[in-house]
Design a protein around this ligand. Structure first.
Ligand code: SAH
Length: 266
């Protein structure tokens, strides 16, 4: 079997796009050190984007203080520029712990919710011989933020969105980052995405009446689903499903507020 492609480096080929180009002919003595290469060059950045870098660090600290323990998840949250995924007018709020509108009545979840979902997924995901999660299915691409967080952790991410306009927005957001292991699909995520199955894990950013049967079918043995699901009484809670050859075990966790899982494509 072909080896999965290497995980993109951190911070996953993401920079703010406006650093000065490196000098054409650096003198040998001026070769950049690793530390210098890593250092941001904030002087050339517009104000809000420049402020985003320390804000992102503070967001990660807040996530850790709020109970996110998995260092890989914290690293992934710290590697992705959330401000690239929100409208210009909202950039200053990009690292606050709030959901933000992304158009068509949909929202990008708050960072603490993304981190919680991803951490739950990582705790139960099926892992390859190298210890890494394999393919992950992300339901509800939205602006593409969570797909990119997942791409820091899993070998491949398949992300399905039912609204073409948001799919295109996610595509535009991710294009300049050249992330090789995210695959964006327009489709009804309630059907899962059979071509990528079986999945090591499935995570949904939209909540249905129940976890669709297709997701359970497309989940690998040893894998996990994390999805908001409407409970008796009408409120949503996070539901975790673990699938083994012997059993399908469901655990209902805390209450959450996600947009509804809808069928069909539009
Ligand atoms: N993970 C996203 C969150 C987007 S909000 C992000 O990081 O931005 C949830 C998304 O789920 C919405 O864009 C909504 O259109 C989408 N959605 C709802 N039902 C769906 C379905 N059946 N298939 C695919 N996407 C769906």
């Amino acid at each position: 079997m072909a080896r999965p492609p290497e995980r993109p480096g951190f911070p996953a080929r993401i920079d703010l796009g406006s650093r000065p180009a490196p000098a054409k002919r650096p003198a040998p003595s001026a070769a950049p050190t690793a530390a210098a290469a890593r250092a941001p060059a904030p002087a050339a950045l517009p104000g809000a984007a420049r402020d985003a870098i320390p804000a992102r660090g503070r967001m990660v600290q807040a996530l850790a203080a709020g109970g996110i323990r998995d260092p890989e998840v914290l690293r992934a949250m710290g590697a992705v520029d959330r401000h690239r995924f929100v409208d210009h007018a909202l950039v200053a709020q990009a690292y606050e712990d709030t959901a933000l509108p992304i158009g068509l009545g949909q929202t990008i979840s708050k960072p603490s919710v993304v981190a919680r979902m991803v951490e739950l997924l990582m705790q139960g995901v099926a892992r390859g011989a190298d210890g890494r999660p394999g393919r992950v299915l992300d339901i509800g691409t939205g602006c593409g933020y969570q797909a990119l967080v997942l791409a820091q952790l899993a070998s491949e991410v398949y992300s399905v969105e039912r609204l073409r306009e948001l799919h295109e927005k996610a595509r535009a957001n991710l294009r300049p980052l050249r992330v090789p292991n995210v695959h964006l699909i327009v489709g009804d995520g309630m059907q899962g995405f059979a071509s990528g199955a079986p999945y090591a894990g499935i995570v949904s950013a939209a909540g249905g009446e129940q976890v669709p049967e297709a997701w359970i079918e497309q989940l690998a043995y040893g894998g996990r689903i994390v999805a908001p699901t409407v409970q008796a009484g009408g409120a949503q809670a996070l539901v975790v499903i673990d699938k083994t050859r012997q059993a399908i075990r469901q655990t209902v966790l805390e209450g959450v507020h996600f947009v509804p899982l809808k069928s069909g494509v539009s």
